[in-house]
Design a protein around this ligand. Structure first.
Ligand code: 5GP
Ligand code: MN
Length: 351
């Protein structure tokens, strides 16, 4: 494994010699991102795909499961995107036949849900571009990892800008690549509210200069919801949000019945977990979604600086993520979640 950068955001673009050499000697590549892909996963996946195609490679972008409706514009029909739930045979063949495998926006291969073994046994060179804590570096040939960037898209932007033929000049990126990168940065920062450093705004400015239509993307991704989704948000905030002042915490549980009542679609709960953090004194927000068919409850965790929800997710919810934004899952009936949350917070704060 070659650890290319533990990157600081105030340095020039990272060394990309090894990655450039790998790309130059590859002809078939696969790009992969994580289960339940968000805007950063989809944006980094397709930006990398389109960049590599621009370098002449035959690239298959792969996801463990389909994109949520609100992200489908990033990979419209014809983009070549395949997912394991819909096309397992094609996904396995693409991974096995690739001489370059680029993994984006996840730190552990287990985040690909079904693809860990295929990736491990594949002969292709493996590259990781990720911004989560504690990446599985041993499993990759080249690793770009930094937790100081806003998003995988910001890290990928820096990697691409460091490529010899891009030469730090954003006008050498295609407009589609620029739009995909902007989308991931915008969504992972909650529209430039969280995890933003000076380099994030520098990148945003340069992508706007490249011609990205910020308002159009914002409308497509952030202001394109359904009426039932908005009413579900109202219901959850008014009738379900519970405060736990002792822990400076708030939580909501979305049940399978409520999902049905509000015609819930994947992605509809995106952002709900952030809302309780706007209450003074709330430092931790937990949002639980019952996934009855899968037999578990998913959790999203957010915190204000000073509280490490990555540790909470790892220790009590079989997950992980970032210090102030993490997630996981637990196999238990939704009714038992409130008591388990109390217990987990008690133990977490004892530590
Ligand atoms: P979200 O709450 O938006 O689903 O996820 C927040 C963060 O936690 C993301 O950075 C995501 O990568 C991470 N995360 C979400 N679910 C899981 C999980 O099941 N396992 C791990 N390791 N990380 C997760
Ligand atoms: Mn991300």
């Amino acid at each position: 494994m070659h650890f290319e950068i533990a990157m600081r955001t105030d340095t020039p673009f990272p060394g990309t010699g090894r990655l450039d050499a790998l790309i130059s000697k590859s002809s078939r590549a696969v790009t992969i991102s994580h289960f339940r892909p968000d805007g950063d996963a989809a944006g980094s996946l397709m930006a990398c795909t389109r960049y590599l195609r621009g370098r002449g490679l035959d690239v298959t972008p792969v996801l463990p499961c389909p994109l949520a409706d609100y992200l489908k514009f990033i990979a419209p029909p014809g983009s070549g995107l395949i997912d394991y739930e819909t096309s397992p045979v094609e996904v396995d063949a693409a991974i096995a036949g690739a001489d370059l495998i680029v993994c984006l926006d996840f730190n552990r291969l287990s985040r690909t849900e079904y693809l860990e073994n295929q990736i491990l046994s594949a002969a292709g060179a493996k590259v990781l571009i990720d911004h989560h804590v504690e990446p599985d570096t041993d499993r990759f040939d080249v690793v770009y990892s930094s937790t100081e960037v806003s998003s995988a898209c910001e890290l990928l932007y820096r990697v691409l800008m460091g490529m010899p033929e891009i030469g730090g000049d954003v006008s050498n990126l295609s407009l589609e690549v620029a739009e995909n990168l902007y989308t991931g940065m915008m969504t992972d920062t909650n529209n430039f509210a969280n995890s933003v450093s000076p380099s994030t705004f520098v990148m945003a400015a340069s992508l706007l200069e490249r011609g990205v239509d910020k308002n159009a993307l914002q409308f497509k991704v952030l202001n394109n919801h359904t009426e039932p989704r908005m009413r579900l948000m109202g219901h959850l905030l008014k009738d379900k949000m519970t405060l736990l002042p002792r822990f400076g915490a708030a939580y909501m549980v979305l049940t399978a019945e409520e999902k049905e009542m509000y015609s819930f679609r994947p992605g509809d709960a995106e952002g709900f977990v952030n809302l309780p953090l706007t209450i003074a004194g709330v430092n931790i927000s937990a949002f639980f979604t019952e996934c009855r068919e899968e037999g578990y409850v998913r959790v999203s965790l957010r915190s204000r600086p000073g509280t490490d929800v990555n540790a909470l997710a790892r220790g009590w919810y079989n997950g992980g993520g970032h210090i102030n934004a993490a997630g996981g899952r637990i196999a238990m009936p939704a009714e038992e979640i409130p008591a388990y949350l109390l217990k987990s917070l008690e133990e977490f704060f004892e530590k």
